[in-house]
Design a protein around this ligand. Structure first.
Ligand code: ZN
Length: 250
């Protein structure tokens, strides 16, 4: 990345020219290392960490025959009856670059810029079309599914907050790195991949609120609401046979 600080290069060439001879090499290196670090700290701004979560994606609402809903997640053999399904496609972009200052020996001093954007590219809510015949039943299942959407969004916000905290720890205000210019790009790509992997891991770890929602009590409720119409519209034989919803993430 183009450096706004490369004009400092001439200062460094002058310093290098003034350094004492070989007999003092060890001391010179130490002094130079300290001087470089001091100069890096004053010449470059602190690391810039930006993690954003965009939860504005609105769900697309669909109707499908109950028997076809598990096929949406690749299941052709299921126990019970699906009343609805929510799918959210998690999306992230990670961009790691750096502010740079050139150092002698084809090295650079860097202060990282980390930009991460988390969002959903798509959210699909499917409810059993059989239930659309009854407004109360349809609304019960739809509102259950929309709670899954809400939990996905909560998880996205929590992921962004956790990731930001981790990155601030990883790159504290006085973090500066001196490395060879040749290795800079590879290191930034590695760091981008690691950060993306960590973001996905955090999201799947934090996206666990769905289990509370899909409780036996909630399934049992499906039999009692709306005068028991759900069991009449769909072939539900036992209380354990209902699958209200599964929140899945692609
Ligand atoms: Zn559910």
């Amino acid at each position: 990345m183009a450096s706004p600080y490369s004009s400092s290069l001439s200062v460094w060439l002058l310093l290098a020219a003034l350094l004492p001879g070989l007999a003092w090499a060890k001391d010179v290196q130490t002094t130079q290392g300290q001087d470089e670090r001091t100069l890096c700290l004053s010449a470059l701004p602190n690391p810039d960490i930006q993690v954003s979560a965009d939860t504005s994606q609105q769900p697309s609402m669909h109707l499908a025959p109950s028997a076809t809903i598990p096929l949406l997640v690749g299941k052709d053999q299921v126990h019970g009856v699906y009343l609805g399904l929510t799918r959210a496609a998690f999306q992230l972009t990670v961009r790691i670059s750096a502010r740079e200052m050139a150092l002698p020996g084809n090295r650079v001093c860097t202060s990282p810029i980390v930009q991460i954007a988390l969002s959903f590219s798509q959210i699909d809510v499917t409810t059993a079309s059989e239930l659309a015949l009854d407004r109360c039943a349809h609304e019960f299942v739809s509102s259950h599914e929309l709670m899954h959407v809400h939990f996905h969004k909560e998880a996205l916000n929590n992921t962004a907050a956790s990731l930001q905290a981790e990155l601030r720890k990883q790159y504290p205000p006085d973090f500066r790195k001196i490395e060879s210019r040749a290795s800079l790009q590879v290191k930034q790509e590695d760091a981008s991949q690691l950060t993306a992997w960590r973001a996905r891991e955090l999201f799947s770890r934090l996206n666990t609120m769905h289990a509370q929602l899909d409780s036996p009590a909630e399934y049992a409720k499906a039999f009692d609401v709306c005068g028991g119409v759900i069991a009449r519209l769909l072939p539900i034989r036992t209380r354990s046979g209902a699958k209200l919803a599964q929140g899945t993430v692609e």
